[in-house]
Design a protein around this ligand. Sequence first.
Ligand code: SF4
Length: 342
Amino acid sequence: MIVLAGMNLEEIESITDGLKASKFHAKQVHNWIYNKSVSAIDEMTDLSKDFRGKLSEIATVTDTKIKTKQVSSDGTIKYLIEYPDGECVETVLMRFDNRANLTACVSSQVGCAVNCSFCATGKCGFIRNLNYKEIIEQVLTIQRDTGLKVTNIVFMGQGEPLLNLDNVLKALDIFNTDFQIGTRRITISTSGIIPRIDELANLELQSTLAVSLHAPNHKLRAELMPIENKYPIDKLQQALKNYVDKTGRRITIEYIMIKGFNDTIEAAKELAMYLKNIKCNVNLIPYNSVVETKYKKSLNNDVMQFKYILEHSGKKVTVRLERGADIDAACGQLRGKNVLNN
Ligand code: SF4
């Protein structure tokens, strides 16, 4: 059975051509999938019953299902989406009260090989890459379930997007062309895979690159992120400078605040020095505790002090609003719970 979700207009045309239908039929199908977010061919009511019948014999809108759904008191919705092979990933919809933005946080892999010590996904290990259609499906699932149109995408769910770059770039193209989501509204995050950052720099993409730094020096970073031993922080610094030079884009530096570990005055000063010549904003993230780790969330005062030092060095700093804390909406937590409970 052909799955229509994730197909671009040309691919849908090749299906409708095979059914001896007009190109306009293809446009209608495309519109029902990406703008009206239907779940079934029978819901495409401006197509004749005869055509819907023929199309249903060979195709389906989707082959994935929502395994679990949690709604937070702050409006964040977290889905666990199941693919036909039984593998699951998380997708989160975040709404911000004062803005019309609806941001989908999508996964790029099932599990993750990077194994950051603060992350539940890392503990499950790497299972497989998602293909671009499976990435697209996550956003369509949100649109179908809520009836709302997603306006922003962040590749910050499970997996390391730059270790599945071909599929991430194909998905990005479809988000841009078929969903009409501007490239600048799409953020790709990475734990710091230097050769792939260089590749992205050469593509001169206009999407935002978010780099999970989480520590100001090799010793602390290696404790949190084993990838530091392969792609060390000093070489990463050079890659980030090169990225900014080539793309002209400002990078986002992600920094999880862990009590007594990386939230000290010394760490803030060291980070400010490290970032001195890199055009970037800094996003401080209060650590959302995962049961199996020893780390604790920083005290508010320490976060504010850290923020002040970075701002004083000339950086724009935001403290990420804690979304969905009551529904385990931190990276990998929902899938982690399901896997651990099964
Ligand atoms: S934080 Fe991201 S890169 Fe690190 S293990 Fe978790 S999913 Fe992988």
